[in-house]
Design a protein around this ligand. Structure first.
Ligand code: AMP
Ligand code: MG
Length: 414
């Protein structure tokens, strides 16, 4: 893998507020796969990312076969009554079609069995009566009825899955069906997660009156796992530059990419941005997004660092909107645009131009409702929500019943 360049997050000079789409386009052009690959049995490759295109070694189905239990013979038959004597053999699924079925005779054949030579049409067993070794039925039946052609699903040599695809249960079926036993997949992306801030205490600890519990780390661990990566817990550090430096060093050893929360702005206690700056590989991305604060993006010892805002609502939205597609690329997967859909608003709202807004939202009774408060400190609203409503950069006035874009958590891949 070519390493990411130290200036991979650099912004053009004079940029103040970067529109969301531009920020995404920048991430998309600058980031690439940072993990190696390994070979796995197909059955063990669920949710793993293909490292190569896969061609079908074999057609599916490999031979023409029957889609039903019934009786096979050559050619269709017209209107009226038909009587065809049966040969002695049967064709169960899996049997090798060797002997030819003589013209004017039929053969008992079971679902999935290859059509023997001399058979191109199958009548359903429910549509015939069998008497004295002869089938009796009423036409018409079309030539080719109830059969499947060789390769009608997949031809040998077809590309069945492309590099960068995250394998689904259905993909495992397809790969297996065309005779693929092993696949080359990307090694899992390890994502370090680090909380910063003097005010934070850990669950189970006593909290002083001014202290708060670390909410971001469990949330980010959950998000990273749901996005299909491996969270590496780098713990919590106080707002101390040397302590943070040591922890980032550790993170660069243990993870492929580091997500920090807190300390990412340009203030005195914002040691994440200060250290990334010192490393000469930092850009403070002021993206025109609400909720959101500056994102400190940089490189630490060759590993990309996403300095997320400390505010849990902003941290989660930034992880979904920017982190998820960025991690996809780093993991060797395709870029992923969030999959939302237009639904009727169960709320009214006016917004100004110049900033994209994400509202905590969920679907009820065919409408999307939004959380009562947009307060960015409301973690309860994140928990209440089942996705986000995305309002465009432009000014907008939403009335009850208007169409707005709803992106469920799963639409972000989370
Ligand atoms: P900062 O980005 O460090 O200025 O933090 C912004 C806000 O987020 C402050 O109110 C912090 O107390 C809060 N915050 C930072 N980190 C966390 C965390 N891990 N869990 C909950 N709140 C946090
Ligand atoms: Mg802080």
């Amino acid at each position: 893998m070519p390493p990411l360049k130290n200036d991979c997050f650099a912004l053009p000079p004079g940029v103040h507020w970067t529109p969301v789409d531009e920020a995404l386009a920048d991430l998309r052009t600058r980031l690439s796969c940072v993990v190696g690959d390994e070979v796995l049995p197909v059955a063990d490759a669920l949710d793993r990312i293909l490292a190569t295109d896969i061609n079908a070694p074999r057609a599916h189905p490999p031979l023409p076969n029957t889609a039903v239990d019934g009786y096979g013979f050559l050619n269709g038959r017209g209107e009226g009554d038909h009587h065809i004597p049966l040969v002695a053999q049967h064709m169960p699924a899996g049997a090798t079609p060797d002997a030819s079925v003589p013209a004017g005779t039929a053969i008992r054949i079971l679902t999935g069995a290859a059509l023997p030579p001399g058979v191109d049409t199958v009548i359903l067993q429910e549509d015939v009566t069998v008497e004295d070794g002869t089938i009796h039925f009423t036409g018409p039946i079309k030539q080719g009825a109830n059969t499947r052609k060789a390769g009608e699903d997949v031809e040998a040599g077809d590309v069945v899955a492309r590099a960068g695809r995250s394998l689904t249960p259905a993909d495992l079926a397809l790969l297996s069906a065309v005779g693929v036993a092993e696949v080359s997949v990307r090694r899992p992306l390890r994502v370090g997660i680090l909380s910063t801030g003097d005010e934070l205490v850990q669950p189970g600890d006593d909290a002083g009156p001014g202290q708060i519990y670390d909410a971001n780390r469990p949330m980010l661990r959950g998000l990273i796992a749901r996005l299909g990566h491996v969270p590496v817990d780098l713990g919590h550090v106080i707002d101390d530059r040397e302590a943070l430096r040591a922890r980032l060093d550790l993170g660069a050893e243990q993870a492929d990419v580091i997500f920090t929360s807190g300390g990412a702005s340009a203030g005195d206690a914002d040691h994440v941005s200060a250290l990334l700056n010192e490393a000469g590989a930092m850009a403070l991305w002021r993206v025109a997004i609400k909720p959101g604060r500056p994102l400190a993006l940089g490189m630490w010892q060759g590993k990309p660092v996403f300095g997320l805002p400390g505010n849990p609502v902003a941290a989660m939205v930034c992880t979904l909107v920017f982190g998820a597609p960025a991690l996809s690329l780093l993991a060797g997967a395709d870029w992923k645009n969030p999959q939302g859909f237009m639904v009727h608003a169960g709320f009214a709202k006016t917004k100004k131009a110049g900033r994209r807004e994400f509202l905590r939202a969920r679907m009820r009774e065919g409408q999307v409702e939004v959380f009562a408060s947009e307060g960015s400190g409301r973690i309860s609203g994140l928990s209440w929500a089942e996705g986000l409503v995305e309002l465009p950069d432009e000014a907008m006035s939403v009335e009850q019943g208007d169409l707005v874009r709803f992106i469920p958590w799963a639409g972000f891949g989370a």
